[in-house]
Design a protein around this ligand. Structure first.
Ligand code: FES
Ligand code: FES
Length: 162
């Protein structure tokens, strides 16, 4: 006998837009973002909570969105990589990654950008150690990390000088 799954209502603001949906209680936040509301910039790179490709910001804090259920962020403000660009202008972090070759295949990039954004919000002038420490939860299989660090430092400098 098949049991029907009880849907639950959630209200989640993503990139400034309110989404009110009925979802399965077991739906992961990353699935809500990618499949329910169709923002596929947030990537899934593992099934072990290891890679960080799914990193987003929830109420100001970086989180791996594969480690949370969507119902756990009911009422929250979420920022994904799509929310970085403003009025057609790339965010200084996106510009810096582009200018400093901070990406190759780009698979890790959304997570790298969101973790870096959280770092710069806390520390506008991070040194290499600070950047390495914050990005330790984000895996890149292409770049060797040097240009990612260079990109974050360049963005930090540009933001400080703004
Ligand atoms: S998909 Fe790898 S940590 Fe979330
Ligand atoms: S740029 Fe390819 S995984 Fe980081």
């Amino acid at each position: 006998m098949s049991e029907s799954i009880q849907l639950v209502p959630v209200s989640i603001t993503v990139n400034g837009k309110l989404y009110q949906q009925e979802i399965e209680p077991r739906l992961l936040l990353v699935e809500f973002i990618r499949e329910t509301i169709g923002l596929t910039g947030t990537h899934i790179g593992c099934d072990t909570s290891y890679c960080g490709a799914c990193t987003i910001i929830v109420d100001g804090d970086p989180v791996k969105s594969c480690t949370l259920l969507a119902v756990q962020v009911d009422g929250s403000e979420v920022l994904t990589v799509e929310g970085l660009e403003q009025d057609g202008e790339l965010h200084p972090l996106q510009q810096a990654f582009s200018q400093n070759h901070g990406l190759q295949c780009g698979y890790c990039t959304p997570g790298m950008l969101m973790s870096s954004l959280a770092l710069l919000a806390e520390n506008p002038d991070p040194d290499i150690k600070d950047i390495r420490k914050r990005l330790a939860g984000n895996v890149c299989r292409c770049t060797g990390y040097q240009n990612i660090i260079k990109s974050v430092q360049a963005a930090a400098k540009n933001l400080r000088e703004d």
